[in-house]
Design a protein around this ligand. Structure first.
Ligand SMILES: NC(=O)c1ccc[n+]([C@@H]2O[C@H](COP(=O)([O-])OP(=O)(O)OC[C@H]3O[C@@H](n4cnc5c(N)ncnc54)[C@H](OP(=O)(O)O)[C@@H]3O)[C@@H](O)[C@H]2O)c1
Length: 337
C-alpha cells in the first residue's frame, strides 16, 4: 500500500475534481505493475495499473489501491468491472470512498464477484492524501487553506519596492507547492491594487493554473492588473459583495474542491470570523514590519473558547523563516476555571 501511495502522490494537484489515487499489482511479493490517476477524464489508477500488466493477470496477483474502486460509470467505466474482467481475485483497499452515496458499494460488488477484499490498510495516510476532495464531495464546499507571509508582529504590510517581501525567496518557493495543490486562489481587491500579484504556479509542474478569485464590493480594480491581462486571464473570476460562506458554496458548485486564501488581512479575517478555514499555513519572516495590515483582521473571537486552536501543528524552518501549518479546531473548548 505504501507503494500505491507513492503512485497516488504523483497525481496530487492534477486530478481535481477527482481524488488522487494510486494502485500497484503484486505477484509473489513483487510489484509487477503500477498506475495512478493522471487527471479527470483519464483512466482511473486501477485501470492504468492493470493496463501495464504484460499478458494475463496471474490468479495469485493482489491489487493494492489507495481508494475504494468506483462502482459507477462516469466519464470512464466502473473500475469494479475492469478489476473483475481482468480476473483479479484479491484486492487490498486503503480508504473507503468518502462519497456517502457510494461508500462501501465498490467493495461489496467485488466481494459479490467472489474476490477477497481487505480494506482500511494505511487508511489514515490514504485519506489524508485527499483532504480537500473528501470535504468537497461530502459537503459541496471547498477545503479552505489560509496562507500568508507575515512579520514577527503578525503584519502583512509590505513596503513598496524591490525588497518588499516579508519572507525569503526559499519560503516563497515552498509556498508555490501549496498553490500547485489547489483549484483556486482567493484574494481581496486591495491586494490586487497594492501588489498587482500574478497568483500563478511557477517553478512547479502544473498542467492547469488554479482559478484566481478576486473579491471586490466596489468593482474598483485596475483593468491593467496582471490577473486580467496575462495569458491566464480566462482563469480570473471577480465576485462582488458576498459572504465568504456564500462565495465558497458558489465555488464548490463550479467543481472547485480547494481554495487557498492568500490575503489580504481583511479577507483572511472574514474567513476566520466565518469559521470557514480548514487549514492554515503561515510563513513567519524574521522581520518586524509594523504598519496597518494585521494578518487576520476582522471581529476576532468573542470569548477565549471561540478562538480556534491548531491541531496537527507542524513547524518547519526554511532559512530564516518559519512555516507553521495546522488545522483549526472549531469546536468550543471548555475554558480554564
Ligand atoms: N504578506 C502577505 O502574504 C500578503 C498577502 C496578500 C496581501 N498582502 C498585503 O495586504 C494588504 C491588503 O490587505 P487588506 O486587508 O488591506 O485588503 P484585502 O483583504 O486584500 O482586500 C480588501 C478588499 O476586498 C474587498 N472585499 C472585502 N470583503 C469583501 C466581501 N465580503 N465581498 C466583496 N468584496 C470584499 C473590498 O474591495 P473593494 O474595496 O474593491 O470593495 C475590500 O476593500 C496589501 O498591503 C498587501 O500588500 C500581504
Amino acid at each position: 500500500m505504501a507503494a500505491a501511495l507513492e503512485q497516488a502522490k504523483r497525481g496530487i494537484g492534477q486530478t481535481s475534481p477527482n481524488p488522487a489515487v494510486g494502485a500497484v499489482l503484486v505477484v509473489d511479493g513483487e510489484v509487477v505493475a503500477a498506475g495512478y490517476h493522471r487527471g479527470a477524464g483519464k483512466p482511473h489508477a486501477e485501470v492504468e495499473c492493470l493496463a501495464a500488466v504484460r499478458g494475463r493477470v496471474p490468479a495469485r496477483a493482489v491489487l493494492y489501491v489507495t481508494l475504494e474502486p468506483c462502482s459507477t460509470v462516469g466519464r470512464t467505466g466502473a473500475c469494479t468491472d475492469a478489476i473483475i474482467a481482468a480476473g483479479v481475485r484479491e484486492i487490498v483497499v486503503g480508504a473507503v470512498d468518502p462519497n456517502p452515496r457510494h461508500a462501501g458499494r465498490g467493495i461489496e460488488i467485488l466481494r459479490e464477484s467472489g474476490a477477497q477484499v481487505r480494506s482500511g490498510v494505511l487508511a489514515d495516510e490514504c485519506t489524508a492524501l485527499n483532504e480537500a476532495f473528501n470535504k468537497w464531495i461530502r459537503t459541496g464546499v471547498p477545503f479552505v487553506i489560509a496562507k500568508c507571509g507575515m512579520s514577527l508582529d503578525a503584519r502583512l504590510t509590505r513596503v513598496p519596492g524591490e525588497a518588499r517581501w516579508i519572507t525569503s525567496a526559499a519560503a516563497r518557493r515552498h509556498a508555490q507547492q501549496l498553490r500547485a495543490s489547489v483549484d483556486a486562489i482567493l484574494v481581496g481587491a486591495e491586494t490586487v491594487r497594492a501588489d498587482n500579484p500574478r497568483l500563478t504556479v511557477r517553478g512547479v509542474y502544473q498542467a492547469r493554473q488554479p482559478w484566481r478569485v478576486v473579491l471586490s464590493r466596489s468593482g474598483r480594480l485596475p483593468r491593467t492588473a496582471i490577473v486580467f491581462t496575462d495569458r491566464h486571464s480566462d482563469r480570473t473570476l471577480v465576485f462582488g459583495r458576498t459572504t465568504i460562506r456564500s462565495l465558497l458554496r458558489q465555488l464548490g458548485e463550479r467543481d472547485i474542491t480547494s481554495v487557498l486564501i492568500e490575503g489580504g488581512g481583511e479577507i483572511l479575517g472574514q474567513a476566520l470570523d466565518a469559521r470557514a478555514i480548514d487549514k492554515v499555513q503561515i510563513y513567519v519572516g524574521g522581520i518586524i514590519s509594523g504598519g496597518a495590515v494585521p494578518a487576520f483582521a476582522g471581529r476576532g473571537a468573542a470569548t477565549a473558547s471561540e478562538a480556534p486552536r491548531l491541531a496537527g501543528v507542524s513547524y518547519q524552518q526554511i532559512g530564516n523563516d518559519l512555516c507553521i501549518s495546522g488545522y483549526p479546531e472549531w469546536h468550543e473548548r471548555p475554558t480554564a476555571k
